[in-house]
Write a protein that binds this ligand. Structure first.
Ligand SMILES: CC(C)(COP(=O)(O)OP(=O)(O)OC[C@H]1O[C@@H](n2cnc3c(N)ncnc32)[C@H](O)[C@@H]1OP(=O)(O)O)[C@@H](O)C(=O)NCCC(=O)NCCS
Length: 108
């Protein structure tokens, strides 16, 4: 996880509410909001930070391999489905979807 250099979202009470990374090629490897902070806009705030950062870095797109449970959130964040996938991880099939979002350049 240290190698991913993730960003941590801190709640007003000082507790970590979630974390996510943005790799130099635009790939989001980890994106996680703690269950106690779910559905109050924390994920949206963290995603907006990554989207703005990606634009500042001059990236043309961001993409991720998204769990089934998180696909509505990524769609709501402006991602589109590229393909459904069924990777086998330690012998277990974990269905997910590759999703991407095109970005317009930012002057900031
Ligand atoms: C998926 C996840 C990141 C969403 O974070 P969140 O902070 O709960 O999301 P937000 O509150 O910012 O939601 C923004 C919008 O996304 C959509 N959304 C979020 N979670 C959703 C869900 N479970 N089902 C349907 N829509 C959802 C909604 O449109 C929501 O807006 P609304 O609450 O006004 O309807 C979070 O639940 C999570 O970390 N899950 C476990 C880990 C995971 O699956 N990570 C993704 C790995 S790729």
């Amino acid at each position: 996880m240290q190698a991913l250099q993730p960003f941590v979202l801190i709640a007003p009470n000082g507790q970590p509410a979630g974390y996510a990374d943005l790799q130099p090629n635009g790939y989001i490897d980890h994106f996680f909001i703690a269950p106690s902070y779910a559905r109050i806009g924390a994920g949206k705030q963290l995603m907006q930070y990554l989207q703005q950062l990606a634009k500042q870095r001059g990236l043309k797109e961001i993409n991720a391999d998204v769990s089934l449970n998180a696909q509505p959130f990524f769609m709501n964040s402006g991602f589109v489905l590229v393909r459904q996938q069924q990777p086998v991880i330690r012998g277990v099939v974990l269905a997910n979807a590759h999703m991407r979002q095109s970005l317009k350049p930012s002057l900031k």
